[in-house]
Design a protein around this ligand. Structure first.
Ligand code: FE2
Length: 248
């Protein structure tokens, strides 16, 4: 089974200046690479919108996804509105108390999708997550926007980390198998591990953030996608980069 993950598109409104980066062209470029890879599934892991959830932006992304014709799922980031997003993609039935979290089978393997729009995993969602993991007698595969571990990226760790990460880590640590988590949000490529929790942070389709500074810094404008292969119980994955469309 081959899955491609794309994250942090930050698509602006039509004609909006997004700091000199053509985010729509970037997204289309990455989608072209997906078209060549022909994965079984595609996941857009949040921050589809530049600043805030916007129906027109979701509509435009929805049209691109329909044109692509590959089964896909979406989760919400801190620059999204899960209710508006679910409506635009025809998935309002998945909402629980205005949050978009769900479990779905990819080729017979359960995959968990979480909602961290508000920078936390809500109490109700934590209970749901515990139940899903209790029913799972194998390694877990999870997509969420925020990494649940600190990543050694000072600017993001100190200002934009998942606020209740210790509680959430506790849930994952209770699973007697590896928990493989694929995130975005940090605009870096990084793998971090704590005991059975393995977090793969996937680079953005916008720009990447400097990994050493307490202050905001752009690292580079190359954009990426992650390909995940999961066959016969073995997971392998790699990140691919492309030149971003920018006048910077
Ligand atoms: Fe984010």
């Amino acid at each position: 089974m081959r899955i491609v993950q794309i994250t942090d598109l930050h698509v602006g409104r039509e004609g909006e200046d997004t700091f000199g980066v053509d985010v729509r062209a970037n997204f289309l470029k990455v989608l072209n690479a997906v078209r060549q890879k022909q994965p079984h599934y595609l996941v857009l892991s949040g921050d589809l919108c530049y600043r805030d959830g916007d129906a027109e932006i979701y509509e435009w992304i929805y049209e691109q996804m329909e044109r692509l014709g590959i089964p896909y799922d979406i989760i919400s980031g801190n620059h999204d509105d899960p209710v508006m997003m679910a409506a635009a993609f025809g998935r309002s039935y998945l909402l629980k108390n205005e949050e978009l979290y769900f479990i779905k089978e990819f080729n017979g393997r359960p995959v968990i999708f979480l909602d961290t729009t508000r920078g936390v995993i809500s109490e109700q969602q934590q209970q749901w997550l515990r139940r899903q993991l209790q029913n799972l007698n194998e390694e877990a595969l999870v997509f969420m926007h925020h990494p649940p571990l600190e990543a050694g990226v000072p600017f993001m760790d100190s200002r934009h980390a998942l606020r209740n990460r210790i509680e959430v880590q506790g849930i994952f640590l209770g699973h007697p198998f590896n928990v493989n988590i694929f995130t975005g949000h940090y605009h870096v490529e990084k793998v971090i591990r704590k005991k059975n929790i393995v977090v793969h942070i996937t680079p953005s389709c916008y720009f990447q953030i400097g990994q050493e500074s307490e202050e905001f810094q752009v690292d580079h404008y190359r954009i990426g996608l992650r390909e995940i292969n999961w066959d016969n119980g073995v997971m392998m994955n790699s990140v691919y980069y492309f030149n971003g469309e920018t006048n910077r």
